[in-house]
Design a protein around this ligand. Structure first.
Ligand SMILES: *[C@@H]1O[C@H](CO)[C@@H](O)[C@H](O)[C@H]1NC(C)=O
Ligand SMILES: *[C@@H]1O[C@H](CO)[C@@H](O)[C@H](O)[C@H]1NC(C)=O
Length: 284
């Protein structure tokens, strides 16, 4: 059965900003930074399981799932309670600002909660919580910037992609008082030389332009890429339109950016939960 819709949860641990450059000095600073962040994150592990953090996380996730169960005509009473303590738990990903913003970042994208602009593909609901590893507290009021290629591997808004003037799969959403943000998109495809990934950056202290629905100024203090478990990607590979992509998909373990991000902590988001499709009949 094809996957129609998935919920991806991740706990994203934010650390302080460092500008990106590839000099030997910068590389060693990045290695030190990652090590520090990892240590800080493990020092937070107890606090991250505290009720004050877990309860809002579960409540907001249940709210999101319920909305999508109802939309499909599914009985919300049959909605699973996704526990925080098994394979579906949010995996802490450290957002290292040293990881490259990449060649496909576009500024001043729209603040909106759905970004796929109706393109064909597996619906993907992102449920991310941002935590500051220095304080172990959620990061409220951050503006989270998401961008990724479409289901057949093309980025919008770039001349090399022949997509100037297009804005699919780009958008921003703020974190709430619990550091949680939700975004609806479509599961990304892939392109030459990269594993499947979603880019994200968090901005703070900028201003929202309520007329244009864009975000300006402020500081970008966290940049990262989120990756997916290989067994999930194998199911996506055989689903349309992903099965029309002709370039081969790199596995996470062959992706240099994954290898840089995934040292000492986990850059793979928690195993996505597959939302059942609408029941076609009342057979039981
Ligand atoms: C991805 O974007 C490209 C460029 O706009 C477009 O040609 C292609 O049809 C899109 N893929 C899907 C599945 O919509
Ligand atoms: C964001 O703004 C607050 C309040 O003006 C300030 O204290 C803080 O240092 C700013 N943060 C950054 C990273 O500029």
């Amino acid at each position: 059965m094809a996957i129609l819709s998935t919920l991806l949860t991740a706990l994203l641990a934010a650390t302080a900003a460092v500008a990106h450059d590839d000099s030997p000095g910068a590389l060693s600073r990045r290695a030190i930074h990652r090590l520090e962040a990892r240590n800080l994150l493990s020092a937070c592990s107890q606090k991250l399981r505290a009720r004050e953090l877990v309860e809002p996380r579960l409540a907001r996730r249940a709210e999101l799932l319920e909305t999508h169960f109802r939309k499909r005509g599914l009985d919300a009473l049959q909605m699973p309670i996704l526990p925080d303590g098994n394979s579906r738990q949010p995996v802490p990903c450290i957002l290292t600002p040293e990881v490259t913003v990449g060649p496909y970042y576009a500024e001043e994208e729209l603040i909106r909660s759905e970004i796929s602009e109706g393109q064909e593909g597996i619906e993907l609901l992102l449920d991310f919580q941002f935590v500051d590893v220095k304080t172990c507290l959620p990061v409220p009021n951050a503006m989270v910037d998401i961008w990724h290629c479409n289901t057949t591997g093309t980025y919008s808004a770039f001349e090399v992609e022949h997509t100037v003037g297009e804005s699919f799969n780009r958008g921003l959403q703020p974190t709430d008082q619990h550091g949680i943000m939700h975004m609806k998109t479509s599961f990304p495809g892939w392109y030459q030389g990269r594993a499947t990934h979603i880019h994200l950056a968090a901005h703070i202290n900028g201003t929202i332009d309520s007329e244009t629905h864009t975000y300006k100024g402020g500081v970008t203090n966290h940049i990262g890429q989120v990756f997916f478990p290989e067994d999930v990607l194998e199911q996506v590979d055989v689903t349309a339109p992903y099965n029309t992509i002709t370039v081969s998909r790199l596995r996470n373990s062959d992706d240099s950016i994954f290898l840089e991000e995934n040292t000492g902590y986990d850059a793979v988001a928690g195993k996505p939960y597959r939302i059942p499709s609408r029941r076609k009949s009342n057979r039981s």
